[in-house]
Design a protein around this ligand. Sequence first.
Ligand code: ADP
Ligand code: ZN
Length: 191
Amino acid sequence: HHVRHREGWIEVICGGMFSGKSEELIRRVRRARIAKQKVEVFKPAIDDRYHPEAVTSHNGVHTAAVPVRSAKAIMEQVTDDVNVVAIDEVQFFEDEIVDVCQQLADRGVRVICAGLDQDFRGRPFGPTPTLLALAEYVTKLQAICVKCGGPAGRTQRLVNGKPASSEEPVIQVGAKEQYEARCRHCHEVVE
Ligand code: ADP
Ligand code: ZN
């Protein structure tokens, strides 16, 4: 005889900006659909800006996604027979996203979260660290450091061309800012 295992777990894809998190999330979503799984993709609507209804990677690949204002909205919108729930930019959700992922996984859903594990100061970012601890599977991706070409785990924030100060808010709407992939050694934070 054989014992059938039960479905439902959490996968987290983390790393800095440009490390390929969205690319990897889209790849997993595409493969799940090839396997005839019912997949629903969500992303946070963080402010009043226009939110295209898609997850798009810096390399151009994209997949349709539902922008939601809260983690609770994911619970309200997932369908009962969903097999896979994918959530991009998971760092922007409130801590309640952790419970949402746990509940979905407990009831048999494969939950795939992608998000930044560190903010621009190199500190653990929002709910991602907790999700890393609770997940069954964790993939940590590295980008390429734009300064030295080494593996880049950090995200450099530049405000008006200069390294951002640690005092500046993590989410700053409207500033002239830019982000770069950098390694630990090339990453700069103005105290
Ligand atoms: P993330 O979701 O982690 O920000 P994306 O999936 O959006 O990453 O983008 C990954 C793509 O970004 C790579 O496949 C590559 O084409 C492009 N890219 C641009 N700059 C870099 C960099 N410094 N290091 C690695 N990839 C980069
Ligand atoms: Zn470097």
